[in-house]
Every structure is written in C-alpha cells, then in structure tokens.
Design a protein around this ligand. Structure first.
Ligand code: ZN
Length: 354
C-alpha cells in the first residue's frame, strides 16, 4: 500500500514537471528591419526557423544583407519577395539569390529595364528559379503557426510604387503590415478590398513619403508601432507630415537612420522590440528610457614619436668606449654629436675621445 502511494506521488511529480518543461520552450517569431540606408529590407524568421526576406536594399548594400543573413545562420530563404523593381528594394536580391538556397520568389508584374533589375532576373535564371506574380489574395505557404497574406497590389497601376507587394503577417494575436513603397492610390484600393488590415506593427510605406500613409489608411491599420526604413536622402524622407500623423495618434516610431537595424519579437501575444521608440525631442530622457551608456572616455592620443629623419640614422648610436668611436672614424666627439656621452668625455670638457 505504501509502495503504491509512493508510485502515485512520483507520477504526480513527473506529470507536474512536464508542462513546466514545455513552457520553457516558448515559440516566437522575429521581424528584422535591416538597416540598408535609404532602402528597405525585412527578414522574418518563424518559430521553426523558416525564413522570408522582403527586399534587399540597394546594390551597394549587398554585402550588408548577405553578411547579416549569414550572421543569423540562415542557409535558406524560403520565401523571397521583391516588392517592386526600385533599385533600393531589389538591388541586393541578386546577391541573396546567388549566396543562399531559395524557395519561392514573388515579384509583381512590372516591366523594368534597369541594369539592377536585369541582374536580379539573371540571378533567378541562373538558379533555374521561377517568379510567382505578386498580387492581392495570395496566402503564402510558410510556417504552420503563422499566416502570411499578400494583400496588394489589388489592381494594376502606372506607378511602380503602387504595384508594391504588401504583406500582412499574423502570429497568434499579433500582426505586422509591410507596405513596400505603396502610395495612397494603392492604399485606398487596399481599404476597399475589405481585407483586415488592422495591425500592431506598420512598416511605413515609401520611407515616410507624404504621398503614402494617408490619415484614412493609418486610421484603418491603427498600429501601435511604426517602422520607417530610411537613410540619408534628398527627398526629405521621412516627411514631417507623416511623422505628425504618427505622433498625433501616439504611435511609437522606430527609424533605421536613427537607430540602425530594429528587431521585433513576438510570442503571439506580446511584442518586444530590440530598441526603445525614437523620439523627436529626445534631449530629455524620460524615466522609461534606458539610461544612456556612459560614453567611453576618449583615450588620450599617444603622442606619435617624431620619426627620425632617415638621413641621420646615427642618432641612436651608443659607443661602448673610445676604441669603438675611433674604429668608427668618429673621434673626437663633440657635445651634441651622435654618440657623445659624458661617460666617454672623462674630463668633462665637452669633447670625448680626443
Ligand atoms: Zn523605396
């Protein structure tokens, strides 16, 4: 009887341990907004490690992207999306295609004859890959516990920006809306399509151009966080109009140009960010902000030794005795001569080895 009781007790203990163990393996999904300067690139890593890469910045950012992906230990991009043929979106795609195993590729039907775009098509051809047309209504086959829907382009547009592929990513009760470079025309069609666009995180369209992220669209998405992928540019991105629309709604802003790469992590319920939100007037740190790391004291520059003129190599000469001085043909040595020392100048008259 006692033995049976012990067995039951052990069973209870074992059973109570199992769920605790399972709970420690919290699944999560990450969205990386990679800093590629004035361009865009988002890397999504799912709960089992499957990947989606949307855009890859300019040609000049190829190495940035490839190195970033390698650092994340990524071997395969399961879904590669070129939102539209602009150079600062598809520029790095050819390098990604050549360096990694690629699953499916999506790009909108836009004719472009730029060298950058041709390079992407060549890289695709070289690997015998096929391009699937990006358009609204597609549900992409990816992680079982996430939903990836393409909600634009809804129609066809003359403006290549409006042809941008737009992705709505849902994980548990959290969601992301990634806009490419769509302008208000496509935004209006997305609203009309009746797709559920409410999202926690919004990647602001077209780097914060005032012709995107209309008030109507922003109200429909109603995000808590907004990411602006922007770098040094002559277009005035992000525009004060868009920044005002965001701050008026108390949406937290994250910017690549001010904060570098920003990573969002979600467990399906809660979203955490790799950095605090960006604030326009961040001079007075608020209590919620992490204390700024104390800047490292600038090390005092070590005074560079003045290089000795090469024509005077004898400056360092030390003679052991006067015999050595005579052998060198330098006797006598006057005070100030190379090799003169008081040791050699026994009588201290300023002339050694007379
Ligand atoms: Zn762009």
């Amino acid at each position: 009887m006692k033995r049976l009781f012990l067995f039951a007790l052990m069973l209870i203990l074992v059973l109570s341990v199992v769920p605790v163990h399972a709970a420690t393996q919290t699944k999560s999904l990450k969205v990386h907004f990679i800093d590629v300067g004035q361009g865009a690139s988002q890397l999504i890593i799912g709960s089992t490690g499957k990947t989606i890469l949307i855009d890859a910045g300019n040609n000049s950012e190829e190495k940035t992207i490839v190195d970033y992906l390698k650092k994340q230990k990524i071997k395969k991009i399961d879904i590669l999306i070129g939102t539209h043929p602009d150079a600062n979106h598809v520029g790095g795609l050819d390098a990604v295609i050549s360096n990694f195993e690629i699953g499916k590729i999506y790009m909108p039907k836009v004719v472009s004859t730029t060298k950058t775009y041709e390079d992407v098509l060549t890289a695709i051809k070289k690997k015998n890959l096929k391009v699937t047309t990006a358009k609204a209504g597609l549900t992409l086959d990816w992680e079982k516990d996430a939903t990836v829907k393409m909600i634009a382009p809804v129609g066809t547009y003359d403006d290549a920006n409006d042809m941008s592929a737009v992705i709505k990513l849902t994980y548990g009760s959290t969601s992301f809306l990634l806009m490419g470079d769509v302008e208000s025309k496509s935004e209006n069609d997305i609203i009309k399509s009746k797709e559920n666009i409410k999202s926690d995180v919004l990647l602001i369209g077209h780097h914060g151009s005032k012709t995107s992220t209309s008030q109507k669209f922003l109200n429909a998405v109603n995000p808590k966080h907004a990411v602006i992928q922007v770098g040094k540019n002559s277009y005035g991105h992000p525009t004060s109009e868009v920044l005002k629309r965001l701050t008026d709604k108390k949406i937290k802003i994250y910017r690549n140009d001010k904060q570098g790469t920003i990573v969002f992590t979600t467990d399906g319920k809660t979203i955490t960010t790799s950095q605090n939100e960006w604030k326009a007037n961040a001079t007075k740190p608020t209590a919620t902000q992490a204390p700024k790391p104390t800047p490292k004291p600038t090390p005092k520059p070590t005074p560079k030794p003045t290089p000795k003129p090469s024509e005077k190599p004898q400056d360092n000469v030390v003679y052991a005795n006067c015999t050595a001085v005579r052998e060198a043909g330098k006797a006598p040595l006057y005070k100030g001569d190379a090799g003169y020392s008081t040791k050699l100048d026994r009588d201290g008259d300023g002339v050694a080895c007379e």
